[in-house]
Write a protein that binds this ligand. Sequence first.
Ligand code: GLU
Length: 479
Amino acid sequence: MSRQERLKEPGFRESVDLMFNRAVALMDLTPGLEEKIRVCNATYTVRFGVRLRGGIQTFTGYRSVHSEHMEPVKGGIRYAPTVNHNEVEALAALMTYKCALVEAPFGGSKGGLCIDPRDYEEHELEQITRRFTYELAKRDLIHPSQNVPAPDMGTGEREMAWIADQYRRMNTTDISSNACVTGKPPHAGGIQGRVEATGRGVQYALQEFFRYPEDVAKANMEGKLDGKRIVVQGLGNVGYHAAKFLAAEDGALITGIIERDGALIDERGLDVEAVHSWIARHGGVSGYADAQYVKDSMSVLEHDCDILIPAAIEGVIHLGNAAHINANLIIEAANGPVTAGADDILREKGVVIIPDLYANAGGVTVSYFEWVKNLSHIRFGRMQRRQEESRHQLVVDELERLSRDSGIGWTLSPDFKDRYLRGAGELELVRSGLDDTMRTAYQAMRAVWHERDDVPDLRVAAYLVGIERVVASYRAKGL
Ligand code: GLU
């Protein structure tokens, strides 16, 4: 992007505000309420020292609370050297609208620590995370009923387990202490299916989109997901799971994978698993032999494809490259990957965008399930599973008896019996709840998109649905 173009480009926080403004312009809100919803309620900066490598290192972390119309507030904690005040505020605001859109009963929050986790050993990261947790928890910025963090870029199950343990040490008599953070490993109070959740949600979102031929036609495509060419930017947790499921279960072709050190292209479809394990072993895609390697990775965002999945960081599709995007559909697996300016250009070009606040809501949806599990102290399905199986067994036995007694001689195939008899465990229930959430939210969004002439795209529709729900809860409070 030229310097000129970069100057015209608003920052992430301004981009989110612009998108918010575009939606509220179509609503009938009093200016006071509009302003109240838009602003972040509070953003805390904590600076703390940790004794490391024979000296004291000072770290800067943030936790921003955007809206407390529902509590606890919810949102991930990101570890990246670029984390800053504006970024956490933008991300916290997105969490508010995201939770409202998928009916996760939370306000919006987000946290970040300015750190490159690759610079530290595991035991050092643990020390830093525990200290950061202490700083946040003593201000109730980590709390089961007030503020519940989760993983984001640069953090995962391991960090969440440290946070939960540190919180427990500080609150030894709190029976719900496990609910202070989500995204924990299953053996430490987590839930099955949380790691895959955001990528899974992207898959369910695309499946739902492709159930509506008129929506698919708006993106100048037809047919199903099967055979569609997909370029994924970022093969981290979200991009990897989305690409893997879309290729393995929906027959899509992952024709491009963009990483930090380069990109891979193969029109016949890349082997996602092989690329993923190559990256794990070599730290990047370069040297991977079974595909065309492109050094200028970001140029591959402009590669001809049906669906583009930006799944890494904000602002990758901007004023400088939006006009050159060659995809029919963009699904924002990352938060804020398309700037407000790029959004206008893409709409002009007829590119359909499935917006971040919907597309990546799978993570917080399954976080919600985990939080409920922690508060109820029981795994989903534990009471019903065998009972469900025995009722299914009754039906199977009766069908077989009828078939025998009537002389018809039908037999149920072993595969059918096996699948029908098996009661749902936690993972099946989590996936079912996630699928239902993604379908329901898409339907709410598309209804607004199709019914209102003044709603130009799914993003405005998503903001409208989300903000409308936040407004309803403010009204219920008498504001
Ligand atoms: N960090 C994720 C997000 O941006 C997950 C948040 C959560 O689970 O609370 O949506």
